[in-house]
Ligand binder design. Structure first.
Ligand code: PEP
Ligand code: MN
Length: 360
């Protein structure tokens, strides 16, 4: 597939290309005040959700078509381009009729081939930039499938947005990033324009700046950042929006390293290592939990914590298995010894009724 740039005339293509604006268009005043605020910081592309996909019914589901008239005013008074999310054929027709300059497809839509095909069909023969967010689940082929559907309808100005992936237990991030997925996407489709949406990845204002820096270090082309004239009163995603002044401050702190190819490769490799380390630690935590359960069992059945036979057998089995994976047996013995020591320490605490408890 051969893509064309999504950068519109008058927009500086230098990294990062910034798209800013509120999660949702709420009122004409809120849209205009935010638009003036970001335009004053040099932003050239204004975002706002007109139709909002909400997890549960009953919340604010977007202002709808009425908000499109406010977009016209934004364009007229600030000169910015405007972009919004489309999820149905009706959204596409209304957005095109209102002169929306760039469309984006949300994560909950990318996941559904029927919906993406409906949008692609509605756009057949139209030349407009479209940005495709990653699907909510980490499925690269599904993401590429959505790109292919739009490409098949004749669209060439296609970009993508990494907004993180949904996870069952939300810890640090609302939608944890999996950088290796957009990196692999760019490796397979090199001329795609790649954005990062740190607002939906983090769900928290304070994590937006470090995520932007990470995206820049990984050579992303642009950033889509939720920005609101008064984030605390926002009708959706209040905790992840910046003020226009915060946005300006963030941009002034960004370090843009226009890497030559070797250091880009290094960033990509480091990112893979980070991901693998996280997986390793998650596995280790699971192992410790099982070990605690064993501790409880031993306590209940009056068994000693340390069973030397089982320990030696385990170490030797793992060393042999490690060898089949090209891992040095002595190294494996050493790693396992440390893990085992920590397990024994935890089980001893269970025996003495101290501290350690099973996760609820
Ligand atoms: C949004 O950008 O406001 C939005 C709903 O994003 P996502 O599709 O990433 O959840
Ligand atoms: Mn949002």
């Amino acid at each position: 597939m051969d893509f064309e740039s999504v950068v519109l005339p008058g927009v500086d293509p230098a990294r990062p290309i910034v798209i800013a604006g509120p999660c949702s268009a709420e009122t004409e005043d809120q849209v205009m005040e935010t638009a003036r605020g970001v335009a004053a910081q040099g932003v050239k592309i204004f975002r706002a959700g007109i139709w909002k996909p909400r997890t549960k019914p009953g919340g604010f589901e977007g202002i709808g078509t009425a908000g499109l008239a406010w977009f016209k005013r934004v364009k007229r008074e600030t000169g910015m381009y405007v972009t919004t999310e489309v999820a149905t054929e009706k959204h596409v027709f209304e957005a095109l009729k209102a002169g929306v300059d760039i469309l984006w497809i949300g994560a909950r839509t990318t996941v559904n081939p029927f919906a993406v095909q409906e949008i692609a069909d509605a756009l057949s023969g139209v030349d407009i930039p479209v940005l495709i967010k990653n699907p909510v689940n980490p499925d690269l082929e599904l993401w590429i499938g959505a790109i292919e559907r739009l490409y098949g309808a004749g669209l060439r100005r296609i970009g993508v947005i990494h907004r993180g992936f949904s996870s069952y237990d939300k810890k640090t991030y609302r939608n944890p990033p999996m950088w290796h997925i957009p990196i692999e996407l760019r490796r397979r489709l090199p001329n795609l324009t790649v954005f990062c949406d740190p607002s939906h990845i983090s769900g928290r204002r304070d994590l937006i700046a470090p995520l932007c820096q990470q995206a820049m270090d990984l050579q992303f082309d642009g950033l889509m950042i939720e920005t609101h004239c008064c984030p605390a009163t926002a009708w959706s995603d209040a905790s992840q929006q910046l003020t226009p002044d915060d946005l300006d401050h963030l941009r002034s702190l960004l370090v843009i390293r226009n890497a030559d190819r070797p250091s880009q490769d290094l960033s990509e490799l480091r990112c893979k290592i980070d991901q693998i380390d996280e997986n390793l630690l998650e596995l280790l935590a699971r192992r410790m939990q099982v070990s605690l359960e064993i501790g409880q069992y031993k306590k209940k059945n009056n068994m000693p914590v340390l069973q030397t036979m089982r320990y030696s057998e385990l170490i030797e089995k793992r060393a042999a298995f490690g060898k089949t994976l090209d891992l040095d047996p002595d190294f494996i013995r050493e790693v396992l010894k440390n893990i085992h020591e920590e397990s024994v320490r935890k089980q001893m605490n269970v025996m003495s009724g101290e501290k350690e408890s099973l996760p609820q």
